[in-house]
Design a protein. Structure first.
Length: 129
């Protein structure tokens, strides 16, 4: 994929975070309360500030340590989680190869299984950060 770093994927994001993502970003000096929200279902998501990802200023301020889900974009899972597709909202969606889809889809599915397992472990806790 040829990313133009336009930042459109960083606007109004609903990017899910794993506990590993959160811990990695905390090692950079950020407080989880500042960059995450927790849904009633127990999922952690990136917080938006003025319609943009908490970490997006004139580009991604944590790009080398960005959340794992961000590294797979514009490859996303279908709603039922059975297959992957390329998000056509990305201006460079046409540059993603079939090989990239196949390689990233396997890792993306594993990532979402991890997030689901984490959320199920905390779904009884209804606190919102």
């Amino acid at each position: 994929m040829k990313c133009s770093r336009c930042g459109l994927c960083c606007h109004n994001t609903e990017m899910l975070l794993s506990n590993r993502d959160i811990a990695r970003l905390e090692t950079l000096g950020y407080n989880r309360e500042d960059f995450t929200i927790t849904t009633p279902e127990g999922f952690h998501q990136l917080r938006n500030i003025n319609g943009k990802c908490f970490f997006y200023y004139d580009g991604c301020s944590v790009y080398p340590s960005r959340p794992e889900g961000c590294s797979y974009y514009p490859i996303i899972l279908t709603f039922d989680g059975k297959s992957c597709l390329v998000d056509e909202d990305c201006p460079n969606h046409h540059t993603v190869t079939k090989r990239e889809i196949k390689e990233k889809c396997k890792r993306l599915r594993a990532f979402y299984r991890e997030i689901l397992k984490e959320a199920m472990g905390t779904s009884n806790q209804k606190s919102v950060v």
